[in-house]
Design a protein around this ligand. Structure first.
Ligand SMILES: *Cc1c(COP(=O)(O)O)cnc(C)c1O
Length: 400
């Protein structure tokens, strides 16, 4: 067997769109960029969309455009892809890692509330100060992990109460909704990403969405070397970057966005099949369902509930899958356990038991729209065998 973890869905429509741009002689800052941004903003329901060279670049620009910098602290979670913390570190912003909810794996609003109420004070001008380091808490950066929206009602309420901004990392959640509302519309700004393992791809790429005209304008300038939006080619008004997305990539994005419903439906089909087949398998916990949300399936993960919260069982299953030619990935290794993060923070203590438990026990298995019924069964059966080795008496793997 050889079943990869993910595979993009590229067809004739994508090839047509990309070829048209290649023949047009306008490979960057052309009409396809504008078209992609316009249709993306319409899809999410925001006034502005600004394409970028990656989700990381998009997050970085949002941090700058939202005025976050040295002396500021942002509340986010450690159970995420490193980009959501790195975008803060790039600008000298201190990430304050809050533990996650044990069901959703998203930032836990109750832990947020406890932190704000018990670990912070207000100064004379009403700013929220982290008592431990004296930094000004300025924003919350929730990540919609694995495509399940964070608890935005509670997060919104806390943000309003404490005067904090919200930057949504929606990179894993295109098309997801919370209380009927699309992710990407809750904060001052939000970011989506288009790496090939994401629900839609541009090869590499990202997108900022916002209703705030000032943030939009600043991000357009930042991505284009700090040029004035309608300024001359060699007039740079701010320290910017080359974070542009080429029209070739935007063409791919336009085609994928035109197919987004089909792409998401394909993922939902595979996820539902996995759930049907894995349901009832002992020691395995399936992805959380939240009645307020529709998940946009990014990865399909299973959590292994062994006797302890160590990674032993998960790692055994992973090895068993690998021996059978089935790819899997330990999503997510906690950011606060990464060598670079420990070095930067001087090994500061992080008390994040739920994050560590989730990161020791979750495994992403092959997941993409074109995964066949036979492949799904191979994955399920192989995973079942591995678990059965551990719990032979309690296995009740369904076969239909
Ligand atoms: C994919 C992803 C990003 C952005 O990644 P890029 O590779 O830079 O596009 C950011 N945050 C999360 C949570 C992601 O999954």
């Amino acid at each position: 067997m050889n079943i990869p973890l993910s595979r993009p869905s590229i067809g004739e429509l994508e090839i047509e769109h990309v070829t048209r741009v290649l023949r047009s002689n306008q490979l960057s800052l052309g009409p396809t960029l504008a078209a992609f941004e316009e249709s993306f903003a319409a899809y999410i329901g925001t006034k502005h969309a600004i394409a970028a060279s990656s989700g990381t670049a998009a997050l970085h620009m949002c941090v700058r455009a939202m005025g976050l910098g040295c002396g500021a602290e942002v509340l986010t979670s450690s159970f995420s892809f490193v980009a959501s913390v790195n975008c803060l570190l790039y600008e000298g912003v201190t990430p304050r890692l809050i533990d996650i909810d044990p069901d959703s794996f998203n930032i836990d609003p109750e832990q947020l509330r406890i932190f704000l109420r018990e670990k912070c004070v207000r100064n004379a001008s009403g700013e929220v100060i982290d008592r431990e380091n004296g930094l000004v808490v300025k924003a919350i950066l929730p990540v919609h992990v694995f495509g399940l929206p964070a608890e935005m009602d509670a997060i919104d309420r806390l943000a309003a109460e404490y005067g904090l901004a919200i930057l949504e990392d929606s990179c894993e959640a295109i098309g997801a909704t919370y209380n009927g509302r699309s992710v990407g519309t809750f904060g001052e700004a939000a970011v989506f990403a288009f790496y090939p393992n994401k629900q839609m791809t541009t090869g590499e790429g990202g997108m900022i969405v916002t209703d705030n005209a000032k943030i939009a304008e600043q991000c357009r300038s930042l991505r284009n070397q700090g040029r004035d939006v309608d300024g001359r080619w060699l007039k740079h008004v701010t320290l910017g970057y080359n974070y542009r997305l080429s029209d070739i990539q935007c063409a791919l994005g336009c085609a994928q966005l035109a197919r987004i419903d089909e792409l998401l439906a394909g993922r939902t089909r595979v996820a539902n099949r996995y759930v049907e087949l894995l349901k009832g398998l002992d020691l395995v916990r399936l992805p959380h369902v939240d009645s307020r949300s529709t998940r946009s399936w990014f990865v399909f993960y299973v959590q292994f509930m062994g006797e302890s919260s160590t990674s032993e069982l998960r790692d055994e299953v992973r090895e068993h899958l690998a021996n059978a030619g089935i790819a899997s990935q330990t999503y997510f290794p906690a950011i606060h356990k990464q060598p670079y993060f420990i070095e930067i923070t001087g090994g500061a203590q992080c008390d994040l038991p739920v994050t560590e438990w989730a990161s020791n026990t979750c495994l992403a298995i092959p997941f993409f729209p074109s995964l066949s019924e036979a492949e799904i069964r191979d994955v399920v059966n192989t995973l079942g065998e591995a678990v059965q080795d551990r719990a032979p008496a309690v296995l009740s793997l369904k076969t239909s």
